[in-house]
Structures are given as C-alpha cells and as structure tokens.
Design a protein around this ligand. Sequence first.
Ligand code: GDP
Ligand code: MG
Length: 317
Amino acid sequence: MNASHTIDTPSNAVGAVSVVSVRSDDLDGVFDVLKMSPMRVGEISLRSVLGLDDALFARFDERTLMLMPHGGIGNTRVISEALVDVGIPIRKESDLLRKYPEAGDIHEARMLDALSKSPSPLAVDVLLNQPELWRAVSDEETVERGSTLRHLIDPPLVVAVGRANIGKSSLVNALAGSSIAMVSDHAGTTRDHLGVMLDLAGLVVRWVDTPGIDERVEVGEELGVLEPVIQRADLVVHAIDHDDALGALDPRLSAHIADQTTIIRIGMRSDLGDSKCSTDYLCSVKSSEGIDGVVRGIRDRLVDPAELSTPKAWRFW
Ligand SMILES: Nc1nc2c(ncn2[C@@H]2O[C@H](COP(=O)(O)OP(=O)(O)O)[C@@H](O)[C@H]2O)c(=O)[nH]1
Ligand SMILES: [Mg+2]
C-alpha cells in the first residue's frame, strides 16, 4: 500500500473540524489498515477508527479519503500520529500547495515561495528553471542547499573595512546610486555601521560601511562593535588607498575574520595615482573607472557563475 496523508486545515489553529486527507492508489489497503469497512466513492459517514474519537469520513474519489474530526490542534495531531503508526506517513508539503493554489505541483509551489522571498533579480531565472529540473532529477545531479546559490535568497553580508578617508563611503554611494552614507573630508566621519541593501549586478547584498580603523585608532568601542559584524561577514572588502604602500589590514580586525570568509582587496581613488601595493581591483568613484569590475568581482565571489549556469537541480528550500 502506497499511502500518505496531509492536514489540509491550518495545523496551528483551532477550527470546528479539521480536514485530514489520505491519498493512495490503493484505498482498499487503507481501509484494511484502518480496520474499517470500505466506502464507495461519494459516501459520507460518521465513524470511529483506531480507537480514536468519531470523525466524519468522506470518500471523494478513487484515491482520496477525507477524515473530518473535531478541529482541536491536539486531536488532529493524535489522528495524524495514528495514521503514521499504521504506515500512512504525513506529507507536509500541503501547506505550500495550499499557499500557492496556482502551482501545478510541489516543485512549482516551492519555487513560487522562494521567489517571493528572494530579493535578487538574478534569482528569478534560476528559480523559474527549478521545477522542470526537479521533475527530471536523479539524486547525484543535485546542487546542495549550501552552494553559493543560497546567497540569491539570503542576502550575503559584505563588510567594507580599511583606513579612514579613503573613499569607502563614497563607494557605497556610487554603488547605490544615491547618497546613503555620509561622506566627508575629515577622517572618521562614518561613525555608525550603516547596513544597506545594494543590488550588485543582480545580486542583492547587505553592505556594512565601517568607520576607518587603522593603527591610529585606539582600541575601544568601535572595534568592539565591529567584531561581531566582521565575524559574520560572507565577504570582506578591504579598501586600500592609492598611496598606501603596505595595504595591511589592522590585525585587530583581521583576527576576527573567519577562515572561510573571502577577502577582496580594492585599490581606492585610482584617479589620484597608481596603487602602491597589490590589489584585486582598482577603482575611482570620481572617474567611475573600475566600478563595474568591482561590482562584478564581488558578485562572482559570492555567487559562483558556474553554479549560476549549472543545468543541475538546486535544493533551494
Ligand atoms: N579623487 C578622488 N577622491 C575621492 C574618491 N572617492 C572619495 N573621494 C574623496 O575622499 C574623501 C573621503 O571619502 P569618504 O568616502 O568619506 O571616505 P571614507 O572615510 O573611507 O568613508 C572625500 O573627500 C571624497 O570626496 C575618488 O575616487 N577619487
Ligand atoms: Mg566613511
């Protein structure tokens, strides 16, 4: 007997009755394990099975038997557990299928649900492809939930660090296309940790701008506030000014960067001169040179382009 059941009424709310549907290609087998006399299609009757409370039973079609017991949360759970005990497992997907009645199957319902939560434009095509990929899937082909594609649904945390007054806040403004961080000629203007959502060529990230921290800053409050943010970063942007010969990150910061965190070194204010140390990218907010490269570089480190274009199914829920 291949049977399963779903709880079709909200599983966290009380109603006069709850509705539990048992589906099987072999309903006679279901009647057997429930130790009840078989019902014809269209028949409705009040019965008690498995020693439980009376419930209204209805056989809607060849494959579906509905149980409508009293709608208490506990009562519904007892019935569900009794069904599991006799070999009729629960399928929890029904919540999603109810939420998205327009979905043709569970793959589509999952996709629509993920789409509604994904802020990144890049997620749209990837998710739209998933129902078809999952319908054709064999297990060894799948991309696990933990792949970099997860960043399409949960915006990754990007933390920009580096010395004060080298253009970190100006860069956020340029990336956002509007003025959200305070920019100033005086060192250390950015006192608060501004977290803003930025769309980097289709990937939405949470970008945290930090006040300049370098060897000239005394150990104190600022570092304490920064530590947990740095620890949680998915990517650290280390901004380095054009004339900084060492390009060293203050060890009080680097000590808190997790091993798996990607660090990208960006040479800032490149219009003022050539970089004096090695960097991954160069950019100038003033001339716009290199900004596109920075955007794409960060995006590609957070979402692997190979995974983005993979024809494999992705376990995104
Ligand atoms: N020449 C030039 N100046 C810049 C550039 N980006 C920022 N600045 C200037 O550098 C100064 C410090 O900028 P700010 O963004 O506040 O630096 P932060 O302290 O690192 O956040 C300001 O006077 C900006 O106008 C750039 O690409 N080129
Ligand atoms: Mg700043």
